[in-house]
Ligand binder design. Structure first.
Ligand code: MN
Length: 250
């Protein structure tokens, strides 16, 4: 995608046409636009830190903070970025940058955990998972991504939410694959230690294995679930994961 920028021509087009052209067509039109080489989000991160390190808190810094927010840097992340950069660029520069960042991210302040979680994830959270609610503790959401060939669904768990112990059955093939996409969660097989899950983790669940999956107590969590094709597939739902057992994990 080509990043369209007219600030140079709008502001300096008559006074400094070459500078305006380099700004709009080269810096933005060619360098910022190399999205396939470095994402807009990462380019925003680099730019914000570079400007902050010079002590710049002018209108261009405000523009780049606003762009960083649009490019997906969250309120929590800009806090981390400026805190980290403060040690290398200088404490007073971070103070100055924070004053402006607070204003730019102000409207995210009241944002729900669900909205923040959605901001971290490319797949939609989807609708409340009412069809399976009886097999879950807490609120979950379901978004079908593929309903032909191989079924792929995005399942989102609010903090503390998990499904009951269950088994995926099949007479041939079958089972389930989880691909973790956002947040922090847990997977546990009967008689085994629970395994922490983070974005990028993949869990292969064979048929016949009693298990559960869900969010951590303090985090939203989403995984894709892939239904491995098989014959006579069914799910056997069992008892809930007790608050006591779940509480020990977190
Ligand atoms: Mn399962």
């Amino acid at each position: 995608m080509v990043v369209k920028q007219t600030a140079g021509r709008d502001t300096l087009g008559e006074f400094a046409p070459k500078f305006a052209q380099l700004n709009d067509d080269v810096l933005f039109g060619q360098v910022w636009s190399r999205e396939d080489k470095l994402s807009l989000r990462d380019r925003s991160l680099v730019t914000v830190v570079a400007l902050m390190a010079q002590g710049l808190v002018d209108s261009s810094f405000r523009y780049h903070l606003t762009t960083a927010r649009q490019n997906g840097i969250t309120r929590q992340e800009i806090g981390e970025i400026l805190t980290h950069a403060a040690f290398y660029a200088g404490w007073p520069k971070a103070w100055a940058a924070f004053q402006m960042a607070k204003e730019v991210w102000a409207e995210d302040e009241g944002k729900s955990g669900k909205a923040q979680h959605q901001q971290e994830m490319v797949f939609p959270i989807g609708a409340p998972n009412d069809g399976f609610a009886q097999y879950f503790v807490g609120q979950s959401y379901l978004q079908p991504l593929s309903t032909s060939q191989v079924g792929v669904y995005n399942v989102t768990f609010e903090p503390g939410c998990r499904n009951n112990w269950h088994i995926h059955h099949a007479s041939k093939g079958g089972g389930q694959i989880l691909v973790c996409v956002a947040g922090h969660g847990w997977y546990q097989e009967w008689g085994q230690e629970a395994r922490e899950l983070h974005p990028g983790d993949v869990v292969n669940i064979p048929t016949g294995v009693k298990h559960w999956h869900g969010a951590a107590a303090d985090s939203w969590f989403s995984h894709l679930t892939l239904e491995v094709p098989g014959e006579n597939c069914s799910n056997e739902w069992m008892e809930a994961v007790s608050d006591e057992a779940y509480g020990k994990l977190n």
